[in-house]
Design a protein around this ligand. Sequence first.
Ligand code: BGC
Length: 769
Amino acid sequence: MRKYLLEDEWLIIEEGFDTENHRRSESLFSLGNGHMGLRANFEEDYSGPTLRGTYIAGIYYPDKTKVGWWKNGYPEYFAKVLNAPNWIGFKIRFDQNVLDLNKMTVTRFRRVLNMKEGVLAREFEASWPDGRTVKVETVRFVSLVRRELGVIQYRLTPLNFSGTLQAELYVDGDVINEDANYDEKFWEPVEHSIHEGYCFLKSRTKKSGFEVCYGMSSELIRIQTGEKIFPEIASATDYVNNRYVLEAKQDESLVFTKFVAVTTSRDYSDNQLRKQAIKVLENSISQGYASLYAEQVDAWAQSWKLSDIRIEGDISAQQGIRFNIFHLNQTYTGHDPRLNIGPKGFTGEKYGGSTYWDTEAYCVPFYLNTADRRVARNLLVYRYNHLGKAIENAEKLGFRNGAALFPMVTINGEECHNEWEITFEEIHRNGAIAYAIYNYIRHTGDDMYLAEYGLEVLIAISRFWAQRFTYSDPKQQFVILGVTGPNEYENNVNNNWYTNYIASWTLAYTLECIGQIRSSNPDDFTRITGKTHFDPDTEARRWETIVNHVYFPESKELGVFLQQEGYLDKEQILASDLNPEERPLNQHWSWDRILRSCFIKQADVLQGLYFFEDHFSKEIIRRNFDFYESRTVHESSLSPCIHSILAARIRYTDKAYELYLRNSRLDLDDYNHEVHEGCHITSMAGTWLAIVEGFGGMKVTNDRLFLDPVLPRTWKSLSFSIRFRGHVLAIRIERNKIRIEDTENRQINIHIGKKQYSLKKGQPIEVPL
Ligand code: BGC
């Protein structure tokens, strides 16, 4: 854990410059707008440790797989989100003195991420060895309104000297990924040009052939005189710039404004790329910096209106949840169903920027509750659009008849993860995709989704499960052999309880959906069964047989479900008995030792109890929680939140709070010593879940909304909004009462604790707790 940031409700603040923290801060202070994003790299040169990161959603490179020993079925490549041409560059120089904070004495350094406004600001004073000192104040944002626009304002003041300033504002296409299997460069230059006073750089990704066009324009104003200075514009292979050379006077502020438009061949044809960039630049420049800024503040205010969570009495928790919500909203906006959410979003290269089960299991509920339903729907449609590839993927592994195995990791529908124990065995991801369909429909009431898209996916996934179950003669039951459950600290186990449960549930749910569509939309039923060649008699009958005879390992003696058949054969030790110096285990123990140990990386049985809470009594949940949480080392960022929710449900409120804080401040306080690689974006959705589903006690059962709140000791109140079936409910929980207001729809029944209440639009209710 490393705490170096100041606590504030809306701001993330770093004071004082420590090169040790810089890579961490680059991740934490990242900006994005769904279309593109970037780490908080400095605009000017920086020769210290840094991870340069500029990302454009959906632009990837298929990096040829590198493994020690090739196994049939391995994917050919790992798709990587690319560090794209750098558009923030400012080279600042007075004679031979180049502005580089790594080589200067830095004072009054302050970096601020304003989460309310979606803006990153920085200020400092820096001196060269010859004593010359400059003051710099910068502000930048990527526009939430004009997705292809990035803006920087850079104010430079020589504090104790006058001299000749050479400033170069540039876009640099000569960039590399830190993570490249063969140290290759992933981009090649295509074109550079100057046109209508703007300069343009076009680059293309190798193999995948995406083109991006960056258009740049800038202006400089001497603040004291109001004089406008125009740059010399130049372009060269991989580098375009605006150059200013002028006499800078002591104490006189020079303010540069840089506008950059980024268009891509994902959205425009080749001959439109530059035209569109010009359009973005023209419109933005005519609007002016102040108005673009105001527009940004407004757009973020709209976003916060739906998604903000307020916690009174605990500034650390407040900052934590806003930080998580901010990143989620700047990573994915749902405007494009071809996009999804990489575990690191726009904050780093790790995980390749690809889609994991994290989206369905963690992120979907966040967007369902805080954004228009189109946003979560697009996440589902993303998988629907990959159904063909998921069927091909299953065929490669030997499955037939339209069975689908969605990839563990993907960017375009093809599997690109290449650790066999995950690629081939972590098949529970199929279950999360089915569960997300169920979750979406019960939350929104959008039954049409099933007929339009959902059922085809469910049938294909169920076919996979039906073929993946084996009938065991000795057990006289269906079993699933050789899997990795959510706990990746065990591989190739038999009968992982969670996988068996979600597989069996998927079959049952698909049968239910088939029955529903068959009676309510017979035309759709005929269309879908025709398209999928589904045989409602033989296939459905086999699925029913499986559902009724699945083997679920459990220990009657301990009263718990078994993570897998052999779990109790392992030496049983508690996480509290581990030497703290050996944690995290994955950085201290051999992999072999981890696999043989009973230690659990993340919720596994408990993930199932979380998804299917209503199938189990509180007592069963409590017993399993006690058993498994004490053996869990939470070395996946996805872990603490699920435990926090269950802990809140069984009223282990202090434990729930401890786990919540760990989840929400995982990156801010760098619990796992890895924030320098990027933030854990998908687990941020888990923080939201921990508050709303954990402390708010929100759940949907049989189409009805339930709240059963419990507040951590220090919280005076908790307020949040949720969307549910056309209602927008503003909820405020205090220690002794709950207030709910519906701002959108006519009437809804809500269960609070054990009682049902009727809520009418504009007539808030207040219920004692
Ligand atoms: C977790 C997986 C997760 C992945 C990406 C891994 O550490 O074990 O469950 O999908 O990270 O977040």
